[in-house]
Design a protein around this ligand. Structure first.
Ligand SMILES: NC(=O)c1ccc[n+]([C@@H]2O[C@H](COP(=O)([O-])OP(=O)(O)OC[C@H]3O[C@@H](n4cnc5c(N)ncnc54)[C@H](O)[C@@H]3O)[C@@H](O)[C@H]2O)c1
Length: 452
């Protein structure tokens, strides 16, 4: 048992004493307080394995079943579970639909779905129908119909759906949310965000590329290049909006007093992937002939009911350092993640940026103050601990999660709406109101008081 897991388990046990205390990390007076959450995984590729690692660190979770159609991934997952001295889970994955057999098991309370995008909604709907508390990786849906399907199934079954958007839990993001809640920026006006991540060599993640340069995808690809790159061939839209938009939607209370009303999107030409293939595979490589539909930089402007704008960028096929490009701007000032800078009128020197660090430290979120140490090494700078913690704790109590089916639908709808807008020369597209009008009275989630 590694020392970190030891620490987590000790902390939990210390907090638990004989019974669980309400304010200790994994404590909480919960429906399942005296027993473990029985958790299953559908998809144990790179992301699912990350969640699995974090779940294995907890003593309030028992992994009862796993499913993956790739036997290699099952082997890796089982080894991790065995090395943790945890009971062997039931294994599924004999075909694409074997996950349905997993969902029939009674000894599953909750399920985490980390499969390719086109499976997300189908699997989440089946999981909710089977009465499982459902965690779904990002994005949640591919079409407007799928967005509605998620909401409708949640409402019809009463089963909860959490979109597992980890960036909502990033330390700087939560500190800025804290500043927003304390009105440091004043009335909010404008936001920027996006997914700006050079993914051209994603296939090299495990170093097993047949060509060594990551120019293969589909059947010859590895991990995400098996399925993700195909979206760049077929779809001209922002296919991955939630890492940027999730945190911003929370800051401006989307679905809880505010909502996305419309968007416009524009795409540049597509040269990045082609250039990469030619550079690393040669002009004669078969993939050099592939016509990529997805523009290299896709820019979407969303309008909200409260009169804010949000510029969302998708930029994954050109060389660049990683950035989610956050900017949060209100009547009193703004934060920009690029440049790590803050300006608050009356507090900062006129017309001069402050380094953001002091501000972020001052407004460090209560959640990070409480669980920061546990989050170390959990992945993605600690935020992976928080998203799983929120999921597990909400599932144990069987209560609505912080990021719910309406969030999953509204954020994921950006993909099909951006495609439609681009197809129509940037024509505005209206967002459906997935809350059916209740956004007016739904209250913002209380992140400050939340235990998780
Ligand atoms: N939140 C984050 O930071 C983050 C990071 C990476 C990936 N993701 C998301 O997680 C999801 C998975 O991404 P990944 O990087 O793990 O991809 P991956 O390709 O490594 O893993 C997907 C797994 O799903 C399995 N699978 C495919 N079809 C299946 C089926 N019908 N039944 C069972 N298993 C099936 C595959 O065999 C594979 O092991 C994607 O939605 C991705 O966008 C999120």
């Amino acid at each position: 048992m590694n020392s970190r897991r030891n620490f987590v388990k000790k902390t939990v046990l210390a907090g638990a004493g004989v019974s669980l205390l309400p304010n200790v990390s994994f404590g909480g007076i919960t429906k399942l307080a005296d027993q473990k959450l029985k958790l299953a995984f559908i998809g144990v590729g790179l992301r699912g394995t990350n969640h699995l690692n974090n779940a294995l660190r907890r003593n309030d979770v028992e992994i009862t079943a796993i499913c993956d159609i790739d036997p290699e991934r099952i082997k890796i997952a089982l080894k991790k579970i065995e090395d943790n001295n945890s009971p062997k889970p039931k294994v599924f994955g004999s075909n694409d639909h074997d996950y349905k057999n997993l969902l029939e098991l009674d000894n599953i309370d909750a399920v985490i779905i980390s499969t390719p995008w086109l499976w997300h909604t189908k699997m989440a709907i089946d999981a909710m129908k089977a009465g499982k508390y459902t965690g779904l990786e990002v994005s949640a849906a591919n079409t407007i119909e799928e967005c509605w399907d998620l909401v409708n199934t949640h409402e019809a079954t009463g089963s909860h759906l959490m979109i597992l958007e980890n960036v909502n839990y990033r330390r700087d993001v939560l500190a800025v949310l804290n500043m927003v809640r304390q009105n440091v920026f004043g009335e909010l006006v404008h936001f920027r965000c996006g997914y700006q991540h050079d993914l051209r060599f994603v296939k090299l993640n495990d170093g097993k590329s047949a060509y060594g340069k990551g120019v293969e995808f589909g059947e010859k690809g590895i991990s995400e290049s098996k399925w993700r790159t195909q979206h760049s061939v077929l779809r001209n839209g922002d296919v991955y909006p939630t890492h940027g938009v999730g945190p911003i939607a929370t800051m401006c209370d989307v679905n809880r007093g505010n909502r996305f009303t419309s968007l416009t999107s524009n795409a540049t030409k597509a040269i990045g992937l082609h250039n990469y293939i030619v550079k690393h595979g040669g002009e004669d490589h078969p993939n050099a002939k592939v016509k990529f539909k997805q523009g290299d930089v896709i820019t979407t402007t969303i309008e909200t009911a409260k009169g804010e704008t949000i510029i969302v960028t998708h930029d994954c096929n050109l060389p660049r350092p990683y950035s989610l490009g956050f900017r949060v701007q209100g009547a009193n000032g703004l934060w920009e993640v690029d440049g790590n800078r803050m300006y608050i009128e009356g507090k900062s020197k006129p017309h001069q940026w402050d380094e953001a660090d002091e501000w972020l430290k001052k407004y460090d979120h209560p959640l990070w103050q409480k669980h920061g140490e546990l989050a170390t090494n959990a992945g993605h700078g600690g935020m992976d601990f928080f998203v799983l913690n929120a999921f597990v704790e909400s599932a144990k109590e069987n209560i609505a999660p912080p990021l719910d089916a309406y969030d999953a639908a509204a954020w994921s709808a950006i993909t099909p709406l951006s495609e439609l807008s681009i197809e129509n020369n940037g024509e505005p597209q209206d967002f459906p109101d997935f809350t059916r009008g209740t956004w007016v009275k739904r209250k913002p989630y209380n992140w400050e008081k939340s235990k998780y």
